[in-house]
Design a protein around this ligand. Structure first.
Ligand SMILES: [Zn+2]
Ligand SMILES: [Zn+2]
Length: 187
């Protein structure tokens, strides 16, 4: 396993450093979260075209896999999908596609899981919190503006300068709560 490529992490996109949300009517943290993979792919194509970004077949396939899964997927899982389509058989193929998608806001990296999820609304600048189901692995984006503001206040009152904030919340999704209870959770 060569995870040493992360020895020098690329600087995170600006939007994760500073929350500059300015979409009064579209606090995307709550809208358009139910796009189908086809809708998501079409939106990504528009998004890339508008920005002169190349959505190569491998990048497109990697995004399709993530849009279809709703779970976070590791790079090796994405690589299996690429390999099945003849789009690459070595890990760098997956990492290059995922790096492109992450850097351009189409995909988020979940630090805790060392895995990736498709962003349901890349066209809105945002810094989401992630709600991670520990049972089924589903990851949802949630609004984090209030939490980030509270952290910014707490930090500045202590003279601390925030450079990056990662909010990843672990718990049980609505589907898994009943199962967990019947498996002898807290009585
Ligand atoms: Zn997102
Ligand atoms: Zn779940």
């Amino acid at each position: 396993m060569s995870r040493s490529r992360n020895a020098e992490p690329a600087p995170p996109p600006q939007s994760t450093l500073r929350h500059t949300h300015s979409h009064p009517e579209a606090d995307a943290d709550s809208v358009c979260a139910n796009h189908s993979p086809a809708v998501g792919l079409a939106a990504a194509e528009d998004y890339c075209r508008a920005r002169d970004l190349r959505l190569t077949p491998a990048r497109r396939r990697a995004l399709d896999l993530l849009l279809s899964s709703h779970r976070a997927m590791g790079a090796y899982e994405v690589l299996e999908g690429l390999a099945a389509d003849g789009l690459g058989s070595q890990p760098p193929a997956a990492y290059r596609a995922l790096d492109f998608l992450t850097q351009n806001g189409l995909v988020h990296r979940i630090e805790r899981l060392n895995a990736y999820v498709a962003c349901p609304h890349p066209h809105h600048a945002h810094s989401p919190a992630f709600l991670i189901c520990r049972s089924c692995g589903v990851v949802e984006e949630a609004a984090s503006s209030a939490a980030r503001a509270a952290l910014a206040n707490a930090a500045s009152s202590g003279g601390f300068q925030i450079e990056s904030v990662v909010i990843e919340v672990v718990g049980l999704c609505p589907t898994c709560i009943p199962t967990a209870a019947s498996e002898g959770g807290p009585a």
